[in-house]
Each structure stands twice: as structure tokens, then as C-alpha cells.
Design a protein around this ligand. Structure first.
Ligand SMILES: Nc1ncnc2c1ncn2[C@@H]1O[C@H](COP(=O)(O)OP(=O)(O)OP(=O)(O)O)[C@@H](O)[C@H]1O
Length: 237
């Protein structure tokens, strides 16, 4: 399959011999959006951290654009933009300053900083201290840093968690725009309505294992909603 960009094969993680996630496999085509769905403690962040290359798998492999972390760490890191779920910004720094700092670490131009500020709708707030930002604005800034180096694959851990309905809609709109530019995305969420709105493929995680997987269209054809499909995949119909 030529257009597969992300390939996850038999990914597992144990900590102190306790399995956290086991035998996770899926693939994603270029330009696709995949939602990793599951409740608290299902293993979503653990899978994303392994994909982001910041957590070493116990078993299995991940490749992006045919490049695995084992093969070439630096090249692998260049394939990924990662938006973590719990990031503490320096509150005294302005948004632009914050991005310029990251840009210098990643050898990204100042022009690109302005570009991503505009992409996420923060150009007017560039001079404002991050400490004065709402949660919705902080999430946009976190997305902006993930986009800085134009990564082929964007990973986002619960990007709309904690956002009110207005900001959730705005964030979904923003991600749809990025998708139009050909962005490939994997995001985790427990908000199945967000997955239904944004993703074209979903992986249901439960207790560290894949409980179901398929296209949103596949689930919509068979269930009233993704909520129903998720329940059915857990055998709770
Ligand atoms: N370093 C660790 N040591 C021990 N247990 C861990 C560790 N990291 C994660 N776990 C456990 O593994 C399980 C999966 O955690 P993970 O954070 O991946 O789930 P999640 O689906 O992202 O949950 P949430 O939606 O609550 O963030 C949880 O039960 C968690 O307590």
C-alpha cells in the first residue's frame, strides 16, 4: 500500500511487568485522520507517546513515511508533530516568544512562526503573555508548536479536552482547515462526537487493547452513532 504513511504493528508497553497496552496495530493513509477513542485509562496517551517517540515500546514497531525510530531517531522525529495533553507553558513569555524559542531549537525560520500564528488564529495575540491565555488559546498555541516544522504526521493527545462547546467547535474547524492542506493526523479523545465529526477512521481502545476498528462510514452504516458502535465493540449492546 503505497499511500500508507503511518504503520503501527503489534505495539505493546508494559511497566514493571504490568501490561499497559498490548498488541496495537493500525495503519493510516496520507491525508487521513484517525481517532484513538477510549475512556480514562484505556491507554490512549501511552500509544501516542510511543508514536511520538518519547516512550520506548516493549514490543512492536511504528513507522512514519517508512522510517522507524529504531532505524533513525532524528529522521523519525522530523516526521512527527506532537501535541501533548498536559503542557505547562512559561506564563511570563509572550505567545510569539514561546514559538520563536521552539523554532530556534528546531531550526525553523521566523517567517514560519508568523505563518503558524496566523494558521491557528493567534496573530493578534502574539504579543500577549501566555499566562493570560484561555485554555482554548493555549491549545491553539500548543497546536502551533506541533505544526512549526511542517511534520508529515500530526499527533494530538486529547486536543479538545477541557474546551467548552464553542472552543471545541472552533478547534475542530481549525483542524479541518489543516486537513484541507493535506495534513495527516492521529488524535486521542474520549469525546466520540469529536471523533465522529473529524476522523475518517477510528480505533476503539479498551483496557489497553483494540476493541474495534474501522472507518467512521463503516460504523455509521451499522450503528446510530459512534457511541453505540463503541458500546457494541465492548459487547454492551
Ligand atoms: N508510568 C506508568 N506507571 C504505571 N502505570 C501507568 C503509567 N503510565 C500509565 N499507566 C497506567 O496505564 C493505563 C493507561 O494510561 P494512559 O494514560 O495511556 O490512558 P489514557 O487512555 O490516556 O487515559 P486518560 O484519558 O485518563 O488520560 C492507566 O491505568 C494508567 O494508570
Amino acid at each position: 500500500m503505497d499511500d500508507v504513511i503511518v504503520q503501527v504493528q503489534g505495539l505493546s508497553k508494559s511497566i514493571k511487568k504490568q501490561p499497559i497496552v498490548s498488541d496495537i496495530s493500525f495503519s493510516l493513509k496520507k491525508g487521513g485522520i484517525l481517532a484513538l477513542c477510549g475512556g480514562n485509562g484505556a491507554g490512549k496517551s501511552t500509544v501516542l507517546r510511543m508514536l511520538a517517540g518519547i516512550l520506548q515500546p516493549t514490543a512492536g514497531s511504528v513507522s512514519v513515511n517508512g522510517i522507524s525510530r529504531e532505524h533513525n531517531r532524528r529522521l523519525y522525529a522530523e516526521q512527527i508533530g506532537y501535541m501533548p495533553d498536559d503542557f505547562q507553558f512559561q506564563p511570563g513569555f509572550a505567545a510569539r516568544e514561546t514559538l520563536l524559542f521552539w523554532a530556534s531549537l528546531r531550526k525553523v525560520s521566523k517567517e514560519r512562526v508568523e505563518e503558524v500564528l496566523a494558521m491557528v488564529g493567534l496573530e493578534a495575540a502574539g504579543k500577549k503573555r501566555v499566562g493570560s491565555f484561555s485554555k482554548g488559546m493555549r491549545q491553539r498555541l500548543l497546536l502551533a508548536q506541533a505544526l512549526l516544522a511542517k511534520p508529515p504526521a500530526l499527533l494530538m493527545d486529547e486536543p479538545t479536552n477541557g474546551l467548552d462547546p464553542f472552543w471545541t467547535r472552533e478547534f475542530v474547524r481549525l483542524l479541518k482547515q489543516i486537513r484541507q492542506d493535506g495534513g495527516t493526523m492521529i488524535f486521542s479523545t474520549h469525546q466520540l462526537e469529536v471523533a465522529e465529526e473529524l476522523a475518517d477512521h477510528v480505533v476503539f481502545l479498551h483496557r489497553g487493547r483494540v476493541a474495534g476498528e474501522g472507518s467512521v462510514r463503516f460504523f455509521r452504516d451499522r450503528h446510530r452513532s459512534l457511541h453505540d458502535a463503541f458500546h457494541a465493540s465492548l459487547g454492551l449492546e
